[in-house]
Write a protein that binds this ligand. Structure first.
Ligand SMILES: Nc1ncnc2c1ncn2[C@@H]1O[C@H](COP(=O)(O)OP(=O)(O)OP(=O)(O)O)[C@@H](O)[C@H]1O
Length: 258
């Protein structure tokens, strides 16, 4: 049987910034529809740069990113982006923050109402539509940010270390919520993280990156049940896979402790 056409294909992407910094060197990867890939690598290895290139926010110096199944389209509306910070507008309530991507596409608030409510319910914020960002905990702000990223019903969700600033309890809950959302919505996810544990917990495949200039040095397929949760998090198979990815990461960083 022929391999399915990937959602996204990255071919030999190199990025050299104007100041001469080479952030990425010949990165190639592909992503299947509905797949979750985590990008794991040391600080400064170009993870955010790669994500920005996938989103079309930065152009590669060499190489390209393509959407092989629908090559002729503008894909920007098919991508949701979640940044390290929740980046909510402080003067707008949660519902208006979630409305923003629709508003930018000319959809009035009255027509967006149902979609906003649906997205808030998906992230457990249905009772906080009228709250302002200052009234929310860090985890709730991040949930609002995820709801905003989902409001255009993206086929691809790009997440740039979104849970790094949260405490472990909030982070674990959001990890589970993200896996549930991915299942419900069928979107693919590219998730950047520094955490070996998070990378293995979330991924179908972990892509391990070398220090700058970032290159993908290993790809680890994660062996896990479809439904992950406390059972998987506390299992020997999870611990063994985290150990394996830790060793690969350490090997990618000669002279450093991973
Ligand atoms: N606009 C820019 N101009 C020049 N250099 C840049 C620019 N953006 C990023 N860099 C450099 O490119 C390299 C990769 O940066 P990037 O933010 O992609 O790494 P990262 O792996 O996401 O880092 P972190 O994990 O710390 O967020 C770094 O050395 C960074 O200083």
């Amino acid at each position: 049987m022929a391999a399915p056409i990937p959602l996204l294909a990255v071919n030999g992407v190199t990025k050299v910034f104007a100041n001469g910094v080479t952030a990425l060197s010949r990165v190639s990867m592909s992503l299947a529809a509905g797949e979750c890939v985590t990008l794991l690598g040391p600080s400064g290895c170009g993870k955010s740069t790669l994500l920005r290139i996938l989103a079309g926010l930065t152009a590669p110096t060499e190489g390209d990113v393509s959407w092989p199944d629908r090559a002729d389209r503008d894909h920007r509306h098919e991508i949701g982006f979640v940044f390290q910070e929740p980046t909510l507008m402080p003067w707008a309530d949660v519902a208006d923050n979630v409305w923003l991507p629709l508003r930018l596409r000319g959809i009035p608030r009255s027509k967006a109402k149902e979609r906003i409510e649906e997205c808030l319910a998906r992230v457990g914020l249905e009772d906080f539509a009228g709250a302002y960002p200052r009234e929310l905990s860090g985890g709730m702000k991040m949930r609002a940010s995820i709801a905003r990223a989902l409001v255009l019903r993206p086929r691809l969700l790009l997440m740039d270390e979104p849970f790094g600033a949260l405490d472990e309890i909030a982070r674990f809950r959001l990890n589970d919520d993200l896996l549930r959302l991915k299942r419900e919505l069928g979107c693919a996810v590219v998730f950047v993280t520094h955490s070996v544990f998070e990378s293995v917990y979330l991924a179908d495949r972990v892509l391990v990156m070398s220090p700058r200039p970032g290159a993908i040095v290993a790809e680890v397929a994660v062996d896990a049940p479809r439904e992950r949760g406390l059972g998987f998090r506390t299992s020997e198979t999870y611990a063994a896979q985290c150990g394996r990815v830790s060793r690969i990461l350490a090997e990618a960083m000669p002279g450093e402790e991973a």
